[in-house]
Design a protein around this ligand. Structure first.
Ligand SMILES: [Zn+2]
Ligand SMILES: [Zn+2]
Length: 405
């Protein structure tokens, strides 16, 4: 399953690269061990135990039980020229999905699966911790490695920040990566500014008046009202948002009615809103409610609306994004390796860290069609090319050395 590094020749290999690539078998072993024992958000007990046990074995100072299952490891460089602190963040939770892959390392936990690659993120962060600890003579400053729970929801970044993980010693900048099957192995997606979107959710129940399917004049048809709301919500992006800004309003679930000759009393819909521009915070909530209220009022229906602003957009700092870009270019070694201006409407709670300190989140390509490792994230057959693991460690390690130099 493990392929070779693309487009490299032995003469190009630096000492750092050789040392990191020799870790590849361990990275794969850790990742597969984690893959077999996936755990949902805030329940990453075995995962945290494994991380803590490794850090302990290597003699790396760390704190466990932060925001329930989170861990922070601290590695101080032996060169004294910098007091700066760089944080590296990895998420470690899995999803409620039944794995369909027939691999020797498939999930042993029924209905739970690492279908987003967070097992890989944890292995990369562990490999980075191990390498930096072994080579602490070669960098100045302090590295904090943050193992975060519950990225897939309800969100572990915020409680970790509230627990003080960015303080004492205070973090100057933060970096993090997501293995990404929307990019081929050997590519990195990074950009200054908004990389990923804000995530908002809503749940709305239309309260009409049910009755006989042949006597609509005696009813308030919740399905007709809901249908008009679904259409009208699309005008928020089409007619209210500045066309220069990208945004999405999706109604992902609509449920109403029981049979052909009964007018439905109620209809329930829920959906999600995505946007990049932080100035739009609060705007969609207001417009969604105005539209629902207006359509309901015009039909004599009532409604219950719940609206949640889950994660803000992921906004990268120009300086740290440039650091990651320059390092990725060295590591990837192909002219098209770094994809500029890469963006996705997916969301991530890395955004909360980036609201506190400058930093950069980036995508590390992990798809390999030739090995049938290209299913999308959150798919029951998701898997990735593990060659990306050592690449991730190398990017992090070189970022550390460059950041402090
Ligand atoms: Zn995910
Ligand atoms: Zn993810």
């Amino acid at each position: 399953m493990v392929s070779t590094f693309p487009n490299t020749t032995p003469v190009d290999l630096s000492q750092i690269r050789l040392a990191i690539r020799s870790l590849q078998p361990q990275l794969v072993e850790w990742r597969r061990g984690l893959h077999q024992k996936p755990e949902l958000g805030f329940k990453e007990k075995l995962t945290a135990e494994f991380i803590s046990q490794k850090l302990q074995q290597w003699g790396i100072e760390h704190q466990t039980g932060i925001a329930q299952t989170g861990i922070v490891a601290v590695i101080k460089g032996n060169q004294l020229s910098s007091e700066k602190v760089l944080a590296i963040r990895a998420d470690m939770d899995a999803l409620p999905i039944q794995e369909l892959n027939e691999v020797p390392y498939r999930s042993q936990h029924d209905g739970v699966m690492h279908a987003c690659g967070h097992d890989g993120h944890t292995a990369i962060a562990l490999g980075t911790a191990y390498y930096l600890h072994q080579h602490r003579d070669s960098f100045a400053g302090t590295v904090k490695i943050i193992f975060q729970p519950a990225e897939e929801g309800p969100g572990g970044a915020k409680p970790m920040i509230e627990a003080g993980v960015l303080k004492n010693p205070d973090v100057d900048a933060i970096i993090g990566l997501h293995l990404w099957n929307n990019l081929q192995l050997g590519k990195v997606g990074v950009r200054t500014g908004a990389l990923m979107a804000a995530v908002e959710l809503f749940n709305c129940t239309i309260l009409g008046k049910g009755g006989h399917g042949a006597m609509p004049h005696q009813t308030v048809d919740s399905i007709v009202v809901a249908a008009q709301i679904v259409n009208a919500l699309q005008t928020i992006v089409a007619r209210n948002v500045n066309p220069i800004d990208s945004a999405v309003v999706t109604v992902g679930k609509l449920h109403a009615g029981t049979t052909h000759n009964v007018i439905a009393d109620t209809a329930n819909m829920n959906g999600t809103v995505r946007y990049f521009n932080p100035a739009l915070a609060g705007f969609f909530k207001q417009r969604v409610e105005q539209i629902i209220a207006g359509v309901c009022q015009s039909h004599g229906a009532r409604y219950n609306l719940e609206y949640w602003s889950l994660y803000p957009p992921v906004i990268n700092d120009a300086g740290i994004a440039e650091l990651v870009r320059s390092v990725a270019q060295e590591v990837i070694e192909t002219p098209i390796g770094v994809v500029p201006e890469f963006q996705t409407m997916g969301g991530e709670d890395m955004s909360f860290f980036l609201q506190e300190v400058p930093g950069c989140y980036f995508f590390l390509g992990s798809a390999n069609q030739a090995l049938d490792l290209a299913y999308p994230h959150h798919h029951p057959r998701f898997d990735f090319d593990e060659t990306a693991l050592a690449m991730g460690v190398e990017i992090f390690v070189r970022c550390v050395e460059k950041f402090f130099s």
